[in-house]
Structures are given as structure tokens and as C-alpha cells.
Design a protein around this ligand. Structure first.
Ligand code: TXA
Ligand code: MG
Length: 337
């Protein structure tokens, strides 16, 4: 563990005083606040610039705390928790009565997850130990970025973006997964995938023994608010376009000829004719790609280009979560460039 016990103790003191503490999880860094402290949660929304109707995930020490935060815990939730927690999976369940409206976005449900990171778990353990016995203890932690921007996968991303609004940033090194948790809505009869992530819908369906409903990307019929209902999210400030592999070189040539300063992210190397072009070689497999994606987008965003050109990734299920993040990072979220 890269964080000392003393730092954990300091972080707990800050959280109990209503301050914000950023901490590492296996997915991305979270901006933590005491989930039971309305003023602290309000401070968190202000720090992120996040609209008040946008719910946040409550992070718990273990599945044993499910019953403290959810009014009903269906068997499906216990199965998934047993199988995937600690891990990059968020469950949406009917909220317990005490859960703050600001946490749920005034919905009837609450998002719960147990992160798989030693620093996050040490923090949650010490935070729970500091609570009066028997009272629910949890940390709300949205990704520690400004609303709509790229999630941080390193402590320095958090410091650069949120700076002094955060009392402490616990540094747990680079995030292992690199993209946000899979979100499954279990608050109605039909388990539904709200946000794809490293844990695939197939892996979840296998544990449940039944298929999942897929995300409603139009937002038209969805009653819950998930990231899918937002046109743009996880986005760099430089416009980003997604280009089919077979059109990549032509498009790079066309944009360059039009006077654009472009940077390229592709899974193949730059052809020799384009040796001078800023070109990032991306990993060939989906999980390595996910791990480097946000840090790379931040770097490409800082290069003063007029456009980030990203080669589209494969269409198969193992790339679903990466495809989803790239689509949201693109200037036209339908990706129809
Ligand atoms: O991997 C993650 O989940 C990271 C780390 C820090 O744990 N957290 C994260 O939080 O991505 P955030 O706030 O950036 O995204 C959580 C998403 C929100 O966009 C919200 O729409 C959805 O979870 N969510 C939370 N509670 C919900 C609820 N009750 N119903 C529907 N969606 C909910
Ligand atoms: Mg986020």
C-alpha cells in the first residue's frame, strides 16, 4: 500500500469534518465525502460542478452493509455482490429511508459499490470504525473530475483538476481498470445494464442465469438517470472524432491538408509517410486499452491540437465498454463522422 496509516487517519478526520478526500479505486479516482453529511455532499457537487439531480454512488466496506443502504435487497443483488465484490460493479437498488436526496438525485434508488483497492478499503474500514456503532457508514464518490470531463486515473490528474477544493488526495498509483464500474439496475424486475464496464454483461448474465436488458442509449424510455442519458461525457476539450480503420489514413491526410493540427490514437503504427505526425500507438486488447485510455486522452488534449483523431475499435462485445467511452468522448456522440 502506497498510503500510510497516518494519512488514512487524517483522511477520516477530514471526512468527519465534512471535507472532501480523493482516493484511488481500481476503476478511476473517486472524490469522497461522507454519504450521511448533506453539507459535505453539497460541497462535493459544487467542487465537481455537477447538477444536483445527478445521483452519486455510495461506496461501502463490504456486502454486509447492503441492508443498511437498500430498502430491499433482491437475491440477484446478493448473488452479484458475492461474485463480483469487491470489484468494478455498481448495483442500483431501492434506497433505504435515511439515504439523502442529494445522493439519489431524489430517485427511489441508490447506487452501491464495494471497490477493489487496498487504499479505498483501508479508508472505508477506518471511516466505518469512526462511526457511532450501528449507524450506516459510506462514502459517496463520483469520479474526481469536473462534471463532463475525463475521469482521473492517477492522483496527479485529481490535483491538476480539483486542486484546493480537495482536503487530501490519497495516491494509490495508476488505476488498474481505467474506466468506471459497470452499473446494473436491480431496482425493478428486469436487471438492466446502465453503464458497461470491465465486468461484461455476459459475465453478469451468467451469474444471474438470465439475460440483462441492454442500456437504453436513447434515454427515451429510461426512468433512471445514468450517464447514458447525457449526450457528452468523459470528454476532452479538444474536439475528438472517431474514424473507421479503413478510412483512417485518408481522413488524416484530408484533415492535415485542410490545415488542422491533429493528433492520432490508433491500434496500428503510423505509416512511414506520416513519421512526423503526433501518433499514439494504442494497445491491441480491450483491457489494456481501457487502462491507458483516459490518461492518454488527457495527454493528447494538452498538445494544443485542433482535433484528436481516434481509430474506431472493434465491434465485438469485449470492446463494448471502451466503445461506449469513446462514443461519449467524441464531439458528435453518435460517432457518425
Ligand atoms: O467506477 C466508478 O463507478 C467510479 C469510482 C470512483 O467508484 N465512480 C463513478 O461515479 O464513476 P460517477 O458519479 O462519476 O458516475 C456514477 C454514475 C452517475 O453518472 C449516475 O448516473 C449513476 O452512476 N448512478 C448513481 N446512482 C444512481 C441511481 N440511483 N440510479 C441510476 N444511476 C445512478
Ligand atoms: Mg464521472
Amino acid at each position: 500500500m502506497t498510503v500510510t496509516e497516518q494519512e488514512i487517519a487524517q483522511a477520516v478526520t477530514a471526512l468527519r469534518a465534512g471535507q472532501l478526500v480523493a482516493f484511488p479505486t481500481e476503476t478511476v479516482y473517486g472524490l469522497g465525502a461522507n454519504a450521511s453529511d448533506a453539507a459535505a455532499v453539497r460541497r462535493l457537487f459544487t467542487a465537481k460542478g455537477r447538477p444536483a439531480d445527478h445521483p452519486v454512488i455510495v461506496h461501502l466496506l463490504g456486502a454486509a452493509a447492503l441492508d443498511q443502504w437498500a430498502a430491499q435487497v433482491p437475491a440477484t443483488a446478493r448473488q452479484l455482490a458475492e461474485h463480483f465484490w469487491p470489484g468494478p460493479l455498481t448495483l442500483i437498488l431501492p434506497r433505504a429511508a435515511h439515504v439523502l436526496d442529494l445522493v439519489t438525485g431524489s430517485q427511489c434508488s441508490v447506487g452501491l459499490r464495494v471497490p477493489d483497492h487496498p487504499v479505498a478499503l483501508a479508508l472505508l474500514r477506518a471511516f466505518a470504525a469512526s462511526a457511532p456503532s450501528g449507524t450506516p457508514s459510506g462514502l459517496v464518490a463520483p469520479s474526481a473530475n469536473r462534471f463532463g470531463r475525463i475521469s482521473p486515473t492517477r492522483a496527479e490528474h485529481v490535483r491538476a483538476e480539483l486542486g484546493s477544493t480537495v482536503a487530501m488526495v490519497l495516491d494509490g498509483g495508476p488505476a488498474r481498470v481505467g474506466i468506471e464500474s459497470t452499473i446494473i439496475d436491480l431496482s425493478s424486475d428486469q436487471p438492466t445494464l446502465l453503464r458497461p464496464g470491465q465486468i461484461s454483461s455476459a459475465a453478469i448474465a451468467e451469474v444471474l442465469g438470465a439475460p440483462l436488458a441492454l442500456p437504453d442509449t436513447t434515454g427515451a424510455t429510461s426512468t433512471t438517470r445514468a450517464p447514458g442519458s447525457l449526450a457528452s461525457h468523459y470528454a476532452p476539450t479538444t474536439p475528438l472524432v472517431l474514424i473507421e480503420p479503413e478510412r483512417l489514413l485518408d481522413e488524416v491526410a484530408r484533415l492535415s491538408a485542410a490545415g488542422e493540427r491533429i493528433v492520432v490514437l490508433a491500434r496500428r503504427a503510423a505509416p512511414t509517410g506520416l513519421a512526423g505526425m503526433p501518433w499514439r500507438l494504442a494497445p491491441a486488447d480491450a483491457s489494456s486499452y481501457a487502462r491507458m485510455l483516459y490518461a492518454t486522452l488527457r495527454e493528447l488534449d494538452a498538445q494544443g491540437a485542433t482535433r484528436i483523431v481516434v481509430e474506431r475499435v472493434p465491434d465485438d462485445v469485449s470492446w463494448m465498454a471502451v466503445r461506449d467511452r469513446l462514443r461519449r468522448a467524441a464531439t458528435d456522440p453518435s460517432g457518425a463522422h
